[in-house]
Design a protein around this ligand. Structure first.
Ligand code: ARG
Length: 254
């Protein structure tokens, strides 16, 4: 069933390619004074809602810094992970910053900025559980639906692959033993250790992923503006400050 949903959303994303593109060009955005930014809001510490129901995280700070650099007021809209890129191509926001890995498949449906950070997947288990790709064979693995984590997990012949609408949904199943391992991003795994009193083991990163902002297919002036603003905040110290705040290190791609 989940597989079907995943396929259906892929078909929708690809299908939207054939439709007339709806997007605001950078001059149109400039003229309005506002830039509409889409994110998910369930991927701590990158994008999440805090106890006051405010959007917070590294993605949010970077999005705000980019808007500021472009002289624009940001307006945020949170949307479920599996509809973000579809909504983007429907013109619901100007760009998406939600920790999307730049993949060939996604690049058929949307255009990506230069990577705004680099990271890697990790294998998370309870003490004594699988910690290497080899050990995943025959195990029950959990991952967020429609992510590179899900794709990654599939390669290792799990006995079962359980998918979740949001990334943190998998944590409960890991702790209760319903899954043997959770595939996620290294920083999201560390965030669980930091914010919850749980016994988990986190592997070393097992791959490298480049993370980008997405714009509607063909919105080239906007991509150019985002890339320039990213270069500028990476040169003037703003990026570093934001990265230090969330991770204690600079996570830009080397
Ligand atoms: N980087 C991974 C991917 O692109 C996971 C991103 C999940 N982001 C989120 N907001 N839940 O598939």
């Amino acid at each position: 069933m989940k597989k079907i949903l995943w396929l259906a959303s892929l078909v929708l994303v690809l299908g939207s390619l054939g439709m007339a593109q709806k997007f605001r060009t950078f001059p149109e955005i400039k003229q309005s004074g506002k830039i509409l930014i889409g994110t998910e809001g369930a991927f701590p510490p990158f994008n999440f809602f805090d106890e006051q129901n405010q959007l917070k995280g590294f993605d949010i700070d970077i999005g705000n810094a980019i808007a500021k650099q472009l002289g624009l007021e940001p307006e945020w809209k949170a949307t479920a992970w599996d509809s973000l890129l579809i909504a983007l191509n429907q013109g619901q926001f100007d760009f998406v910053i939600a920790s999307h890995t730049i993949t060939e498949e996604r690049a058929k449906a949307v255009d990506f900025s230069k990577p705004y950070y680099c990271t890697g997947n990790v294998i998370v288990s309870k003490p004594g559980g699988p910690q290497t790709p080899d050990e995943l064979k025959g195990k029950v693995i959990g991952a967020q639906l429609g992510t590179t984590f899900e794709k990654f997990a599939k390669q290792f012949q799990p006995r079962d692959l359980k998918t979740y609408q949001t990334n943190p949904d998998a944590v409960q199943d890991l702790l209760s033993g319903r899954i043997d391992a959770w595939i996620t991003d290294q920083f999201t795994a560390l965030e669980v250790l930091k914010t919850r009193d749980v016994q988990i083991e986190i592997s070393e990163p097992v791959n490298t992923e480049k993370i980008g902002m997405a714009v509607a297919k063909g919105n080239s002036l906007l991509v150019a503006a985002l890339n320039q603003a990213l270069d500028e905040i990476q040169a003037n110290g703003v990026y570093e400050q934001i990265s230090m705040k969330w991770f204690g290190k600079d996570i830009r791609c080397k």
